[in-house]
Design a protein around this ligand. Structure first.
Ligand SMILES: *Cc1c(COP(=O)(O)O)cnc(C)c1O
Length: 464
């Protein structure tokens, strides 16, 4: 199926301009370039007005991504709009700032030699996951080849992962062994790992901030289980932590949780700068425990900066602004600032959990404490209450709130949950208004139950 394919329909092929300026054509074609251009202001107004139809991002409670930035970030983004981060020769200071960010993160994640280790920025956690997965695959293949063993059937073990790991597996020809959830579990448990691992396992991915339920997978217990597996079988299987969200939360809110390079088995970690890293959209990070954990064959050395600028990326040209904004956040907020912001979000999530739990139909699966500032919940008796989570999502959407409803992954697909992410800019005040709207929506649905035919059920809703 081609992406962005449009049905051919002449009635819909043009936009009527609304501003009535003399120099404006009345109709602008949608699917071919107009012969004559528009004045900048006219084009701006047209597009600005069309975009009013997009949802209001601050009310999008389904996203983990940044929806609030301060004016200094806008200024830095604007000032650096012309800088290509890949051009390290032309923009050595942007490259320097990227490198500082990598080492700040390595330090935040307790790498043994934070200043000397390897890492880079990416477009987000998805690209970072590809790089992390490739490093695991290369290292595994080298070990196997050295032992004279076949290298044609690599597999990767994980719990319920974000779609980027499915992409990694498909694009780079690795078998993904996704461990199904136990009946009441909200993430994989360590005792499930061993039976999925074998000599072809390139690594185990642990998620810090599971997409579906927002909890942390127990990375320390995963590491212990893999230690035991090694003692028993000799298999030495590395851990990669997908800390897309949690990588920027745990260091500030959960210092007692051991999930990072304090665990020798953790060889690489990715995170999204544009999630709880608080940077604008378009930046992620990956850091390896030690420089030697990144196979040198994957690295292209750029010697513009004296031979020490290693590049490892799927993209080439990319804006430098997001990286610079990340560094701004590090300096502007410091550890205290990140802690304060995320703690406020966690407190708001806890308030949401308390208030939502008072609604008779709702049962909390995750109450916002101990992992991401978020809540996840389900209906206590979905068969009996006269409405579904999808109906509730639709109802609160009337007030502009976007709340995702979706089934849990295997083997809990029968459970449909809702998830609310509390990020910087989702204030306690907004959360109180949201709770009122949810209460009102539930009351309405109680009085006006929604009929769902058996055949259709809730199919057609895919609220992810
Ligand atoms: C968001 C997310 C990703 C993908 O990250 P992007 O930065 O959107 O590419 C991967 N893994 C997890 C756990 C996530 O939450």
């Amino acid at each position: 199926m081609p992406l962005h394919q449009v049905k051919h329909d002449h009635r819909n092929a043009r936009i009527e301009t609304a501003h009535g300026a003399d120099d404006l054509e009345r109709y602008i074609p949608k699917f071919h370039m107009p012969q004559k251009g528009l004045a900048p202001q006219a084009a701006y107004d047209l597009i600005h007005d069309e975009l009013l139809l997009d949802g209001n991002s601050r009310q999008n409670l389904a996203t983990f991504c940044t929806t609030w930035v301060d004016s200094e970030v806008r200024k830095l983004m604007d000032e650096n709009i012309d800088k290509n981060m890949i051009d390290k020769d032309e923009y050595p200071q942007t490259a320097e700032i990227e490198s500082r960010c990598v080492h700040i993160l390595a330090d935040l994640w307790n790498a043994p030699h934070a200043v000397g280790t390897a890492g880079c920025s990416t477009t987000g956690s998805s690209e970072a996951a590809m790089l992390g997965g490739l490093a695991l695959k290369w290292n595994w293949r080298k070990r196997r080849a050295a032992a004279g063993k076949p290298t044609d059937r690599p597999n990767l073990i994980c719990g319920p992962v974000q779609v980027c790991w499915h992409k990694f597996a498909r694009y780079f020809d690795v078998e993904l062994r996704e461990i199904p959830l136990k009946p009441d579990a909200v993430c994989t448990t360590a005792d499930q790992l061993a039976e999925f691992c074998d000599e072809n396992t390139i690594g185990v991915v642990a998620t810090l901030g599971v997409t579906f339920t927002c909890v942390y997978e127990p990375v320390e217990e995963f590491a212990k289980a893999l230690d035991e597996l090694q003692a028993k079988t000799g298999l030495d299987i590395p851990l990669h932590v997908d800390g897309a969200s949690g990588g920027f939360v745990a260091p500030f809110l959960h210092q007692g949780v051991k999930w990072d390079f304090r665990l020798p088995r953790v060889k690489s970690i990715n995170t999204s700068g544009h999630k709880y890293g608080l940077s604008p959209l378009g930046v992620g990070w990956i850091v390896w425990r030690e420089a030697t954990d990144l196979p040198e064959e994957l690295v292209f050395n750029v010697d513009y900066l004296g031979g020490n600028m290693a590049t490892f990326a799927l993209n080439f040209s990319r804006p430098g602004g997001e990286i610079i904004a990340q560094y701004y956040n590090f300096l502007r907020l410091g550890r205290n600032g990140y802690t304060r912001i995320h703690q406020t979000c966690a407190d708001t999530a806890a308030m949401l959990a308390r208030e939502l739990a008072e609604i008779a139909h709702i049962e909390m699966l995750y109450d916002g404490q101990g992992a991401l500032p978020a809540v996840c919940y389900k209906l206590k008796a979905p068969q009996k209450c006269g409405f579904t989570m999808y109906d509730l999502s639709e109802r609160v959407r009337m007030r502009g709130w976007q709340i995702a409803s979706y089934p849990l992954p295997a083997n809990r697909q029968e459970t449909v949950v809702q998830r609310i992410l509390v990020r910087h800019g989702v204030t306690g005040d907004m959360a109180s208004l949201l709770v009122e709207d949810i209460r009102r929506a539930v009351k309405h649905l109680e009085k006006n139950p929604v009929h769902h035919s058996e055949a259709k059920g809730s199919a057609g809703h895919h609220g992810r």
